[in-house]
Design a protein around this ligand. Structure first.
Ligand code: MRU
Length: 356
C-alpha cells in the first residue's frame, strides 16, 4: 500500500540487509531501518519496530537468514530460532514461520543453506501478500452486501492495527476495506485508539489516511455507544492466534468490543490468514498472553509543539499497573472468520471444512 503516494511493503531484503519500516516512529516520522543481525531482528520484534502477527512471522524468517549470513553453523541457527520464538509469545505466526524455516533448513549443506533460507523467507512474505489479498476479496462480499442493502456509507469499526503495516501488504482486517474502497463502495472506519500503544490512532488511521479512506479515531470505550446508536454496521478485527475451535486471541479490548457487538446485533468478523490458526492448542487458557512493560501505560508518546517526539508520564510514579497485551474472544461472539479460502463459521467444523 502507499505512503506519500509511493507503494511500499513492510519488509524486504536488499544487499544482505533486511529493511523494515520502524513502526515505533509512525505516524510522526517515516524511517526505514536496516536489520543486520539476528539480534537486530529479535530487538525489532521485542521493541515493536515491527509488530502484527504476520509481520513478526516474516521478520523472524528473515532473522534466520541474517543468522546464517553471520555464522553458517547449525547450532547457531538453532539458538537463533529459539530466541526468535521467545521474542513475543502470543502471535502464533512467529512460531509457525520459524518452524517452517527450520524444517526446510535442517539437513541442508552449508553451500546451499543461505540460498534456500532466502527463498523460503521470500515465499513466506509472498504467500502472506497473496493470502491477505484473498482475505480482502472474500471480506469485500460482506461489505458489498451491507452497502447494497443500506444504500449509504458503510461504517466499519476496527481495533488495533490489523492493516498492511501489521502484515506485508493489504492487511487482514483492512484488506476488505481497501478492496471496497477501490471498488467505489463508500466506507467510513471507526478506528479504536487502542491503548496503551495506540496502534489504531498511530497506525490504522495513518494508513487509511494515506489511501484516502475516511476514518475517525475514537477512544477504546466509545464503540458501545456508537453501536447502540446504530452507527456501526460491521466490526472487522485481526487476530494473533485463532484456535481450531474458533476462539480468537487478539489485542486487548477485542473481547469487550465483541460483547458490545453481540448485544447490539452488529456483525463481528475476524480476518486472518491460515498461518494464524493454532491447530494444536485446545483451550484458550493455554495461550501465552504477553504482559508488557508497565511504562507503556504510565507514559504516552507524541510530538510536542516543536514537532519533536517526546514521552510524558501520565500518572503517579508509585502507582502499580498491569499491562496485558491480548485477550480472547470466545467463538460464540464471532459472526465469522474471513480467511484466504473463504468465510467460515468460527468453529471446529467451519475451519475444518475450509482447511481440509
Ligand atoms: O501488539 P501488536 O501491535 O503486535 O498487536 C497486533 C494485533 O493485535 C493485530 O490485531 C493482530 O496481530 C493481527 S495483524 C494482521
Amino acid at each position: 500500500m502507499k505512503i506519500d503516494g509511493k507503494s511500499y511493503k513492510t519488509i524486504w531484503f536488499e544487499k544482505n540487509l533486511v529493511k523494515i519500516i520502524d513502526q515505533t516512529k509512525l505516524p510522526h516520522q517515516f524511517l526505514i531501518k536496516d536489520l543486520k543481525t539476528v539480534k537486530d531482528a529479535i530487538n525489532a520484534i521485542k521493541s515493536m519496530e515491527v509488530r502484527g502477527a504476520p509481520l513478526i512471522g516474516a521478520t523472524a524468517a528473515y532473522g534466520l537468514v541474517l543468522s546464517i549470513i553471520e555464522k553458517n553453523d547449525l547450532s547457531y541457527l538453532k539458538k537463533s530460532s529459539e530466541e526468535l520464538i521467545a521474542s513475543r509469545p502470543t502471535a502464533i505466526n512467529l512460531k509457525w514461520a520459524v518452524e517452517r524455516m527450520m524444517k526446510k533448513l535442517t539437513g541442508m549443506n552449508e553451500a546451499d543453506i543461505l540460498k534456500i533460507a532466502l527463498e523460503e523467507a521470500k515465499a513466506i512474505t509472498e504467500e502472506d501478500i497473496k493470502f491477505c489479498k484473498y482475505i480482502g476479496l472474500n471480506g469485500l462480499k460482506i461489505i458489498e452486501k451491507i452497502a447494497n442493502k443500506k444504500k449509504n456509507i458503510v461504517n466499519i469499526l476496527t481495533h488495533c492495527n490489523a492493516g498492511w503495516l501489521a502484515t506485508i501488504d493489504w492487511g487482514t482486517a483492512t484488506s476488505p476495506i481497501y478492496h471496497a474502497h477501490q471498488k467505489g463502495i463508500k466506507v467510513h472506519v471507526w478506528v479504536d485508539e487502542t491503548r496503551p500503544r495506540n496502534q489504531g490512532a498511530n497506525l490504522t488511521s495513518y494508513e487509511l489516511n494515506e489511501e484516502g479512506i475516511s476514518n475517525t479515531v475514537i477512544t477504546d470505550n466509545a464503540g458501545g455507544i456508537l453501536m447502540q446508536r446504530g452507527q456501526v454496521d460491521l466490526c472487522i478485527v485481526g487476530t494473533d492466534r485463532t484456535l481450531s475451535n474458533g476462539d480468537v486471541c487478539n489485542k486487548i479490548g477485542t473481547y469487550l468490543k465483541a460483547l458490545a457487538a453481540k448485544e447490539n446485533n452488529v456483525p463481528f468478523y475476524v480476518a486472518l490468514p491460515s498461518s494464524t490458526i493454532d491447530w494444536k492448542t485446545k483451550d484458550h487458557k493455554q495461550i501465552p498472553i504477553e504482559e508488557r512493560d508497565s511504562e507503556e501505560l504510565s507514559h504516552v508518546e507524541g510530538v510536542d509543539k516543536d514537532n519533536k517526539i517526546s514521552k510524558v508520564r501520565i500518572y503517579p510514579k508509585n502507582s502499580k499497573a498491569m499491562n496485558l497485551a491480548f485477550d480472547v474472544t470466545p467463538a460464540k461472539f464471532v459472526t465469522g472468520l474471513i480467511t484466504e479460502k473463504g468465510v467460515c463459521e468460527a468453529s471446529e467444523k467451519g475451519l475444518k471444512d475450509l482447511f481440509k
